[in-house]
Design a protein around this ligand. Structure first.
Ligand code: UTP
Length: 289
């Protein structure tokens, strides 16, 4: 029996060094694309995939992320008194159901694998999704919903994958692939940040995963991998051969918002999808180009 996917883990405890000084006192995941913080895009995407339980893996100085999903009582009241119904509606859309979101502290940033292990009590024995909020995907069907469909089809681990330039394999988790039907790829191996010469393919994992709870047993070993961090990729690699494991070539365009260029590109791409501002954006872009 395939268990329903209801849980999502959102790791937001990274240091965000590539975005200093913006990230000195503020979490990278609170950076807005157009007018919405990255973290909210991630929560909305998870909801669209049927998820109703959320776990934020936070760190010091990240409380704004938790606040963002709470009731902003004074602000609501002021907006109501001033008759600002549109703003009120936008504000209310940020609230989550009472009791549906928990936050766990990753006391020290020992890597993504360690961050996920910190959510073990929340995950329990259930399948769970991971969304890295700094990866933003613009698509017809939300990326995680595409992944969830593949999960219900295969009953096992599924990760979103995309082709990257060979020379960039050392930035990503890379797949060794078996059977490939053009959409779903059987995963035979996983390597974190291999040098281009050692990379088994140029198919890379992006920040969307659906994993089985058994990965936690492997993460508990706290083995250090690339960058001397506990790598999620290494924990996932240990599931291969034990459980179904697939990569899904999702439909859509991914923006690495943890990187300055990716972040700026996302601003333009998402702005051009907003009918109320797209014409003005198109107009000013012409001047710069
Ligand atoms: P990144 O590799 O982007 O690291 O993490 P980072 O610290 O956020 O940013 P840079 O590289 O210093 O600029 C990918 C995701 O994993 C989370 C991050 O918050 C981000 O969502 N993460 C990473 C943790 O939660 N804990 C960690 O120990 C490491």
């Amino acid at each position: 029996m395939i268990k329903k996917l209801r849980k999502a883990v959102l790791p937001v405890a990274g240091l965000g060094t590539r975005f200093l000084p913006a990230t000195k006192a503020m979490a990278k995941e609170m950076l807005p694309v157009v007018d919405k913080p990255l973290i909210q895009y991630a929560v909305e995407e998870a909801r669209a995939a049927g998820i109703d339980q959320f776990c934020l893996i936070t760190g010091r100085g990240k409380t704004a992320l938790v606040e963002h999903f709470d009731i902003a009582y004074e602000l609501e009241r002021t907006l109501r008194d001033r008759g600002k119904s549109e703003a009120l509606e936008v504000l209310r859309a940020t609230q989550v159901e009472p009791g549906s979101m928990v936050a766990v502290r990753q006391q020290e940033p020992h890597g993504l694998g360690h961050a996920i292990w910190c959510a073990r009590a929340f995950i329990g024995d259930d399948p769970f999704a991971i969304l890295l909020p700094d990866d933003l995907v613009l698509s017809e069907t939300p990326c995680l919903a595409q992944l969830a469909e593949a999960y219900y089809e295969t009953g096992g681990n599924v990760v979103a994958v995309t082709e990257v330039p060979r020379e960039h394999t050392n930035r990503y988790g890379i797949l060794r692939i078996g059977h490939d039907d053009g959409r779903l790829v059987e995963v035979q191996g996983l390597v974190e940040k291999p040098l281009p010469a050692d990379a088994p393919s140029n198919l890379s994992i992006i920040g969307r995963y659906i994993l089985m709870p058994e990965v936690l047993r492997h993460l508990a070993d706290m083995e250090r991998g690339a960058g001397n961090e506990v790598q999620l990729t290494d924990g996932m690699a240990k599931l291969i051969g034990q459980q179904p494991f697939h990569g899904l070539r999702y439909e859509g365009r991914r923006f690495d918002c943890g990187d300055k260029i990716g972040f700026l590109e996302a601003q333009i791409a998402f702005a051009l999808k907003r009918p109320e501002i797209a014409p003005a954006v198109r107009e000013f872009l012409k001047q710069y180009c």
